[in-house]
Design a protein around this ligand. Sequence first.
Ligand code: NAD
Length: 491
Amino acid sequence: MVDSRQGEIRMLIDGALVEATSGRRFDNVNPATEKVLGQVADADAEDMRRAIAAARRAFDTTDWATNHPLRKRCLAELQAALEGEREELRAELVAEAGTPVQLTAHAQLDAPLADALNWPAAMIDEFGWERELPVGELMGIRSRRAAWKEPVGVVGAIVPWNYPVEVTLNKIGQILATGNTVVLKPAPDTPWNATRLGRLVAEHTSIPAGVVNVVTSSDHLVGEELTLDPRVDMISFTGSTATGQRIMQRGAATLKRVFLELGGKSAMVVLDDTDLASVLPFAAFGVCLHAGQGCALLTRALLPRARYDEGVEILRQSMAAIPYGDPTDPTVVQGPQISARQRDRILGYIDKGKQEGATIALGGGRPAHLPHGFFVEPTLFTDVDNTMTIAQDEIFGPVLCVLAHDGDDDAVRIANDSRYGLSGGVYSASEERATAVARRIRTGSIGINGGLWYGADSPYGGYKNSGIGRQNGLEGFEQYLETKAVGWPTA
Ligand code: NAD
């Protein structure tokens, strides 16, 4: 595994690979070693405004918005370019995001490389861009009528650090396929996958200058320019609920379209007829994947009260066996947290859980055998009440809360007693019973008996404070489009 190679420093603005105007750069740190990997351009607000101007000009003055064959060709070229550097991307992602290399075979890299660009590219031919309406008559004028779908315009794509390639490709694929132009703003913790994408766009595709721009900055407020600037039509954001709320507030002045993928506190509902020994090891594994830094992870396990102790013991043994540590080790499923700040935030939540009366059944601190890197032990909390902070807040770490329920109705009540509504899981020996419970859970996605809903064709997003809109699927595709109603006089 390559760990020390300098990634792409330059941003992509108006078709050119450029450093920040100020010449400033910031460090990209490997969270598993705490060592500086290298640098990347540190844009200021003026750089961001140049990128926005380029995206605006490209949208308003080129035929990108209407040229379907060009868009298809460009997406195919970008796909080929990404595949050509797949292994470099993989090593870089492990180094900058601290993701276990094992996960790059799935949602971190290979899964989005398979469909995030290809699915929306195929939709360019398949989608119904225009639909005829019946002839109408108003004030004596008979009219032939239609509805046309057109791109929204300039999209600001703001991306988090936890699944950076996955989120970026699923945004870029739909944004470009629908004919928009984009300014991509990666998280400061994981900039290189985005600057690599910018370089590939510049060097290996026919994408016109200004259609894709990539701006990196150590300052979150540079990203905020996207939400304030009237030349940006829409924000496509994935990140925390607090930032999503701020984006809505800031964007209100210019009535930005907002698509927000936010946090979660999802429940795994285990009904009383479930074979715990076969199901619960997946719960332990799932909550530790990528150190719990996944928005859709099932971080509240709801066990039948009569089988609580039996279930906790299976969970404790399973979590104790989770291989964690060096993310370049192919057996590891849990690497480091992304930063010291995130690690300390998680440790703060663990303290809060103890103060509020929950019991630590496993872990709860920093692992003694990993002196470098931002690691947290796999941590299991029992005696959790759903009113506790650890049951209500998104911890974003390898922390599982186990709660007891008194039957299907009670489990549904607890699962829904959350300000979040992102995902969930239901388990039962009866698929029919599990499906009936799943219908009552207020979340944007749900797995039944371990089934997975994921894919570029599957609309993914949240109810309640987990977001507005959907990433992927037809619903996601249409979000990047405006609708124009058209009438012609007819006999
Ligand atoms: P974050 O909200 O701190 O940052 C996300 C992005 O927003 C970064 O690029 C950051 O630079 C930018 N940003 C921060 N403040 C901004 C502002 N005022 N204006 C514009 N941009 C701003 O989130 P994070 O810590 O990077 O990511 C973790 C969060 O993301 C978790 O809450 C997680 O649940 C959520 N997430 C959600 C999904 C989903 O699909 N629902 C997927 C992945 C992550």
